[in-house]
Design a protein around this ligand. Structure first.
Ligand code: NDP
Length: 255
């Protein structure tokens, strides 16, 4: 085994990626599989394409349907993982949405939808995974998808619900890290800046033009540029990294 393998190999691990049917989740799922993990992809509308990509790369994967906001669907998905794979070591809690709307125009239903998927959904998945890991004595790693929006206020678009949800994810992560450290379970968050995915590619040109001068890197990130960060947080090499928020934003939050 090479030195890098001892640091970053995920061989023998089972990894769950929520929202892995497209975008960041799809690319990270493929990366985790290439590092040796068996992948389980959860989304509402299916992830056949991701499963095929992983299998074509020689990896192992299957997908499950679940809405992360519905507790019994999350619990049923976790039960299926135990039945099929016998364990769960890694969770990339990635499913999320964003609504750009001025606060005075946004409805309370829109606020609730964003908080429900981004914060409560991640809580339900983390809680079910933590429960399973504790029951089975697994020293797992949970990686919650946050965003730089959890630390800064994006401009020129207003998105108070999204920003609040991601700030909530960062502090929920610290809370769970402190609570579950006694079981050897680590909980960290990942905070990307603007990444080119279906969520952001549909964004109007004027908005992207307004973002560029604010990004010291002068470009959006590529989903591949998040893979190494997630593998690090998933692997034993980050054994003493717990409750951290790893920012990957081309230096946006430095200004
Ligand atoms: P995409 O819109 O490309 O993908 C979102 C994924 O989440 C889809 O697979 C979707 O699948 C799934 N999803 C949404 N709602 C639910 C739900 N209720 N239950 C289960 N799955 C759900 O988004 P990105 O890849 O861009 O974003 C992924 C994550 O990264 C999000 O949490 C986002 O906030 C975060 N992020 C994104 C950034 C960016 O610039 N793109 C920057 C910083 C953070 P389906 O509809 O089939 O359920």
């Amino acid at each position: 085994m090479s030195y890098l393998d001892t640091l970053f190999s995920l061989k023998g691990k089972v990894a769950l990626v929520t929202g892995g049917g497209r975008g960041i989740g799809q690319v990270v799922a493929l990366g985790l599989a290439k590092a040796g993990a068996e992948l389980v992809i959860v989304s509402r509308t299916g992830a056949d394409e991701t499963v095929k990509l992983i299998q074509n790369a020689g990896g192992r994967a299957y997908s499950l349907l679940a809405d992360v906001t519905i507790e019994k669907e999350v619990d049923a998905a976790l039960a299926q993982i135990v039945a099929k794979s016998g364990a769960l070591h890694i969770v990339f809690n990635n499913a999320g949405i964003c609504i750009h709307k001025d606060t005075l125009d946004a409805s309370i239903a829109e606020w609730r939808q964003v908080i429900d998927i981004n914060l409560t959904g991640e809580y339900l998945v983390a809680r079910a995974a933590g429960r399973l890991m504790i029951e089975k004595g697994i020293k797992g790693s949970i990686i919650n998808m946050a965003s730089m929006s959890g630390s800064i206020v994006n401009v020129p678009q207003w998105q108070a619900s999204y920003n609040a949800s991601k700030a909530g994810v960062i502090h929920m992560t610290r809370s769970l890290a402190a609570e579950w450290a006694q079981y050897g379970i680590r909980v960290n968050s990942l905070s990307p800046g603007y990444i080119a995915t279906p969520m952001s590619v549909d964004t109007p040109r004027e908005l992207k033009d307004a973002w560029m001068p604010l990004i010291p890197a002068r470009r959006m990130g590529d989903p591949e540029e998040l893979v190494g960060a997630v593998i690090y947080l998933a692997a034993d090499s980050s054994g003493y990294t717990n409750g951290s928020d790893l920012i990957v934003d081309g230096a946006y939050t430095c200004l």
